[in-house]
Design a protein around this ligand. Structure first.
Ligand SMILES: Nc1ncnc2c1ncn2[C@@H]1O[C@H](COP(=O)(O)OS(=O)(=O)O)[C@@H](OP(=O)(O)O)[C@H]1O
Ligand SMILES: Nc1ncnc2c1ncn2[C@@H]1O[C@H](COP(=O)(O)OP(=O)(O)O)[C@@H](O)[C@H]1O
Length: 202
């Protein structure tokens, strides 16, 4: 593994602070985590739409999409999920450095992997959103028919059934999609961003 001995960091004259001033908002990574079918993709899509209307520069990274490209070599074993999240963490960091508000929608089942991403970011830049829904609700929704496949014995190692999901201990935000609407979840997140001063131009 090449180490940094022969590699030198080049600094830019345009910094994150310059980009922040140009954009009129801070950069951040809004990290959605939760079971399959909990609502990560749905809420992140609606949130991005609202943020865009507010003049925020955004980009959304979604598990299914990224696994068609950048991470198409990865499966769903613990090590591969870890590598999946590590790469997304690095990509998110680059995008946050570019001044964007990044929205990520990955199951990211392991606490340690999410904490590694948190530690990559500047203090306050990582906003963990726990999309909380019971496995029963997710299975009832079954938007992609995957739970049905699991029950039919056609899919194994599925999160929440026969693979673990470690819920966040102290997420910045929890949205309970069992009991609240998509709109309510989006507003909860926007209120948090406003209250914490991410949306400077408000
Ligand atoms: N075994 C298994 N377990 C869980 N999910 C599975 C599995 N196989 C395929 N899928 C589909 O892949 C999507 C999850 O990809 P992620 O990259 O978010 O997963 S992870 O963060 O690496 O755990 C997940 O998408 P979401 O339903 O949007 O969460 C599923 O559609
Ligand atoms: N309150 C809610 N919040 C989010 N999604 C909801 C809610 N109620 C019902 N749903 C539905 O649940 C499904 C969630 O699927 P999805 O967003 O793909 O989840 P995930 O990305 O976590 O796998 C969608 O079909 C969505 O319309």
């Amino acid at each position: 593994m090449p180490e940094s001995e022969n590699i030198k960091w080049h600094y830019s004259k345009v910094t994150k602070e310059h980009r922040r001033r140009l954009n009129n908002h801070k950069s951040a990574v809004i990290w959605f985590t939760g079971l399959s079918g909990s609502g990560k993709s749905t809420i992140s899509v609606e949130l991005e739409k609202e943020l865009h209307h507010l003049g925020v520069r955004t980009y959304r990274l979604d598990g299914d999409n990224i696994r068609h490209g950048l991470n198409k070599d990865l499966g769903f074993g613990p090590e591969e999920r870890k590598e999946n999240i590590r790469r997304i963490g690095e990509v998110s960091k680059l995008m946050a450095d570019a001044g964007l508000v990044v929205l990520t929608a990955f199951i990211s089942p392991y606490r340690a992997d999410r904490d590694d991403v948190r530690n990559l970011m500047e203090h306050g830049e990582f906003i963990e959103v726990f999309v909380d829904a019971s496995i029963e609700t997710c299975e009832l929704r079954d938007p992609k028919g995957l739970y049905k496949k699991v029950r039919a014995g056609k899919l194994t190692g599925f999160t929440g059934i026969d693979a673990p999901y470690e819920a966040p201990v102290k997420p910045e935000i929890t949205v309970s999609t069992d009991v609240e609407s998509i709109e309510k979840s989006v507003q909860t997140i926007i209120s948090y961003l406003r209250m914490k001063g991410y949306l400077i131009s408000d």
